[in-house]
Ligand binder design. Structure first.
Ligand code: A2P
Ligand code: MG
Ligand code: MG
Ligand code: MG
Length: 358
């Protein structure tokens, strides 16, 4: 008997790897016209749209009934009168077909819809298959075609992130990080890592260039002064100041490592960094499920704990967001509760200062 979710894992790996080929190719010759600013002021590029089209096309061919919660939608591409939209549509079609048309490899199957091109209409419809509202029960996929678009644009870290949830529990998580070094101790060496986790079956990493998988186990945390925090590059996404206060409460002297995207979860799972702390910056932002589904499973399967800042499990059953945002804390088992305590201490200190008017 094959292991649980074996087929889902294989399909997700194929979809993520093909999408990573696309995003890497786009980065090499991305021009300003290919980036759009969304209503929430965040950037989105032809690579985000085309990667979502590719992954949704493959998931839908393999699992036609499964709903998908994907970050992007095709509304900005559909405008019949805009020349920019027409150019974007054309580029998304070419890019998606460049990676959908190669025939299935030995690890892939024709039933996953590989080996032939799609029309623009079909690809826009595939992007919009990501409009599922999410919810408590049943199967659903959560997709972030490019997590860390700002990192992607600056040539930094970004991740193609795909997860399968069943009854709002993440069962499979696959992430492709084209710019992450294969060996964290050799940052200028080969880049391109695939991270794969299946609940109850562990966490693994392999270079894009080979099938040699390594099992990931978070090593014991170093002494508190040497604990390394992983945090967002963007201060608007996660409070740098709060993290610094938590670190100083714990007596941490090591400098934080700032990187974009769920590459933070990936780094933590292989012992490159010890704590991923993401505290809201107080602007009412709700964390999206696609920004945490695959990464949280990876860290759990590598032996770590992922919770909100009060120590409660993340709830993926509330819809497209994690609901009211109390931050995210991911760390090894030996240190997670100390981080939660330190967060509470810093919060108590802050509210004391507020009430005493300091
Ligand atoms: N105000 C915010 N608070 C927290 N996260 C945000 C905020 N605005 C955008 N994000 C999301 O944070 C993720 C990147 O996190 P990080 O900075 O740690 O790499 C992105 O998915 C980004 O969304 P988007 O993809 O729309 O830019
Ligand atoms: Mg994201
Ligand atoms: Mg994204
Ligand atoms: Mg985005």
């Amino acid at each position: 008997m094959s292991a649980a979710f074996a087929l889902e894992k294989q399909v997700a790996v194929s979809a993520v790897l093909r999408a990573c080929q696309l995003t890497s190719a786009v980065f090499k010759n991305l021009v300003t016209k290919e980036t759009v600013t969304k209503k929430d002021k965040s950037p989105v590029t032809v690579a985000d749209y085309a990667a979502q089209a590719v992954i949704n096309t493959i998931i839908t061919a393999a699992f036609p009934k499964d709903p998908i919660v994907g970050e992007e939608d095709a509304s900005d591409l559909r405008s019949p009168t805009s020349d920019d939209a027409a150019l974007l549509r054309e580029r998304v079609t070419t890019l998606a077909n460049d990676v959908l048309t190669p025939p299935p490899s030995e690890e892939e199957r024709a039933e996953w819809g590989l080996g032939f091109g799609r029309t623009t209409t079909e690809l826009l419809a595939a992007i919009d298959r990501g409009n599922y509202a999410g919810g408590r029960t049943g199967r659903m996929w959560a997709l972030d075609p490019i997590d860390g678009t700002k990192g992607f644009l600056r040539g930094g870290q970004y991740a193609v992130c795909l997860a399968l949830l069943v009854d709002s529990v993440v069962q499979v998580g696959v992430m492709g990080c084209p710019n992450l070094p294969v060996d964290p101790s050799n940052p200028s060496g080969e880049t391109g890592c695939l991270f794969v986790a299946v609940r109850g079956q562990g966490a693994q990493q392999r270079p894009f260039s080979s099938f040699q998988s390594t099992t990931l186990r978070i090593p014991p945390s170093p002494s508190l002064s040497d604990v390394q925090f992983l945090e967002s590059v963007e201060a608007a996404h996660s409070s740098h100041g709060f993290n610094a206060r938590v670190a100083s409460t714990l007596g941490v002297t090591a400098q934080p490592n700032r990187m974009d995207s769920q590459a933070k979860y990936c780094s933590l799972s292989r012992g490159a960094g010890n704590v991923y702390l993401r505290m809201p910056t107080g602007q009412g932002y709700r964390e999206k499920i696609w920004d945490h589904a695959s990464g949280s499973l990876l860290v759990e399967e590598a032996g770590g704990i992922v919770s909100d800042s009060l120590g409660r499990p993340l709830d993926f059953g509330l819809g497209r967001t994690l609901g009211e945002n109390f931050g995210v804390v991911a760390a090894g088992k030996d240190i997670h509760s100390k981080i939660i305590e330190a967060i509470q201490a810093v919060k108590a200190e802050e509210s004391e200062k507020l009430t005493s008017g300091l």
